[in-house]
Design a protein. Structure first.
Ligand code: GLC
Length: 584
């Protein structure tokens, strides 16, 4: 009896002590440990991933046929761009039925098989919820526009003709950039921040909100693991419709983002939906300031899990290039601000921006592979949850179409019409699209060197990048030094070293325009990352406070390296290195 009391005492004491140890390691940067902080998310663009039926459009069965590929990458979660019924004015971001699968993509049965197949391989699934707007072909909108007294009328924003012209609002995709479209049937204008076929939902209406929450539960009850909420920072509108100053559209997030009721809606959504499931939540955009971002994701706010901000993406937008110190400052500013509270998504590419290697690296034949591996290194060694865009693991680059007829994206197609109407220089417009258009990143995934890169037996909905003959999965799988093999290696490295997830980040030599050097430290665990962002071979002297004696190389995007000599290392063009080092 006495023995068992002693044993119980011992067990309870050790639980308390272990708890304290856990707490202590968390006190350092106050970060509690959760699966979605440790996960590597792979963003999969279904339209361009793999076509199973030869119609030229990727589909769910296609993804199912590549589940083992996903497993081989070592990633933990897949974020699927929208797969719901849609007339595809904006590639699925215009949903006509939130509870069904887009015909071109397959059926609900396919979805269930895909989810089960992912779960079987221990990969989680994040779905893209488009909640700021629906399609104009959604039943709600069809009802709403049929009469001013229809019960669905208030699911959208209307401006009756008798009030005169609506206060101007900017539309991202409209040819005239006018966010109000006139509807003769009810003599009113409706609001569409995106295309005319994407009317904005009226979140002020509680009935609409409850329908949306029910729909979210429908998918969460199927067992999905996370939600990416598209354009969510725009849902709460200032319904007094005040006039904005001239040129406001250049600072659009300040005017459209973080509306008056956004936090109320998120708290309500959290309480009635999210808090009931163990899921990760990320909204696209995070307001205009660090404070905005914190207000969305700090744990005590009970809103979302992680901030997906645009400051880094905006740095590479100039085709003439960017300053490395600006990139470092942006990463550093955000990391330092989120060191103790809140959590960030880390990414350099997605379906809305060009290929990361063409934007931040060097997509010339000579340096494409090296610079793409270097960028992968940056993403995988930074604090935050990596969101890695499909195809980047192969080093896929911008397609750079010469002809407007090759483009499919509404942003480029309508942007061209706008430029034409304004008699702007169309050649200059097309030159810019080669760098900036979203279609650069949406070309089919390159599986092998066969016709259409093995993506489809039919005519792909968008042209395949001609470099598929060499840049493709089959070729790269065979090469231990390929971008793909490097990706798998660094994913495994990140998974094996928690310091890459939770370790504190510290930047060195921030004004240096050639090399990005930083450490990550978690207790006694310390790593050093050195990235040569130039096409020159150079010699770099590491800060003297970093002890590189006995530094152990963890990963290198070249086959060899020169030893660190007296804290100086010789770097090849676009070379990236990570070391385990000792505390000073
Ligand atoms: C988001 C999506 C983008 C889409 C837009 C409208 O920004 O990422 O692809 O066009 O919202 O839904």
């Amino acid at each position: 009896m006495r023995k068992s009391i002693v044993l119980i005492f011992f067990i309870v004491a050790s639980i308390i002590l272990c708890g304290n140890a856990q707490e202590q390691s968390n006190i350092k940067n106050n970060q509690t440990k959760t699966w979605w902080k440790e996960a590597i998310v792979y963003q999969l663009y279904p339209r361009s991933f793999k076509d199973s039926d030869g119609d030229g459009v990727g589909d769910l069965k296609g993804i199912i046929s590549k589940l083992d590929y996903l497993k081989s990458l070592g990633i933990d979660a897949v974020w699927l761009n929208p797969i719901f019924s849609s007339p595809n004015d904006d590639n699925g971001y215009d949903i006509s039925d939130y509870r069904n699968i887009m015909k071109e993509f397959g059926s609900m049965k396919d979805f269930e098989e895909l989810l089960a197949g992912l779960h079987k391989r221990k990969i989680k699934l994040v779905l893209d919820m488009v909640l700021n707007h629906s399609s104009d072909e959604h039943e709600w909108f069809k009802q709403a526009k049929s009469s001013r007294t229809n019960p669905y009328r208030n699911y959208y924003h209307w401006w009756p003709e008798e009030k005169g012209k609506p206060t101007p609002r900017y539309s991202f995709f409209d040819v005239n950039n006018d966010a109000w479209k006139y509807e003769a049937e009810t003599k009113s204008y409706y609001l569409h921040y995106f295309s005319q076929k994407q009317p904005d939902l009226n979140w002020e209406n509680e009935k609409l909100r409850n329908e949306v929450y029910d729909m979210m539960k429908f998918w969460l009850d199927k067992g999905i693991d996370g939600l990416r909420m598209d354009a969510f920072q725009y849902v709460s509108k200032d319904t007094t419709w005040k006039k904005y100053p001239d040129g406001y559209e250049k600072d659009i997030i300040k005017y459209y983002g973080m509306g008056p009721n956004l936090h109320n809606y998120l708290k309500e959504m959290n309480k009635s939906v999210i808090s009931k499931y163990n899921v990760m939540t990320v909204a696209e955009g995070a307001g205009s300031t660090l404070e905005d971002a914190h207000s969305l994701v700090d744990e005590d706010r009970h809103e979302l899990n992680m901030a997906y901000h645009f400051e880094i993406m905006d740095i590479g937008n100039d085709p003439k290039g960017y300053k490395l110190s600006d990139l470092k400052k942006a990463f550093t500013k955000w990391d330092y601000s989120f060191a103790n509270k809140g959590w960030l998504a880390i990414f350099l590419g997605n379906h809305d921006v060009p290929r990361m290697v063409s934007k931040y690296g060097d997509d010339s034949q000579q340096f494409r592979a090296y610079s793409s591996k270097l960028l992968t290194t940056l993403i995988m060694t930074m604090r935050g949850t990596p969101f890695y865009f499909n195809g980047d693991e192969l080093g896929m680059s911008n397609i750079k179409f010469n002809n407007i007829d090759d483009y499919r994206d509404i942003a480029t197609v309508n942007g061209y019409k706008t430029a034409k109407a304004k008699r702007e220089d169309l050649k200059a417009f097309l030159d810019k699209q080669k760098f900036i258009s979203r279609d650069n990143t949406r070309t089919p995934l390159q599986w092998d060197a066969s016709a259409n890169a093995g993506f489809s037996t039919g005519k792909p909905w968008i042209k395949v990048n001609p470099n598929y003959k060499t840049v493709n999965v089959a070729t790269e799988e065979k090469n231990p030094f390929s971008e793909l093999s490097y990706f798998k290696k660094i994913v495994a490295l990140r998974k094996s070293q928690p310091v890459f997830v939770y370790g504190d980040y510290k930047v060195y030599d921030i004004e240096n325009q050639d090399v990005y050097c930083f450490t990550r430290v978690d207790g006694n665990d310390k790593v050093l990352v050195i990235l040569n962002f130039t096409k020159k071979d150079l010699s770099y002297t590491i800060d003297k406070n970093i002890n590189t004696v006995n530094a152990k190389l963890l990963i290198n995007n070249y086959e060899g390296m020169n030893a660190i000599d007296n804290n100086t290392v010789k770097l090849k063009a676009w070379q990236s290195l990570a070391f385990k080092i000792h505390q000073p």
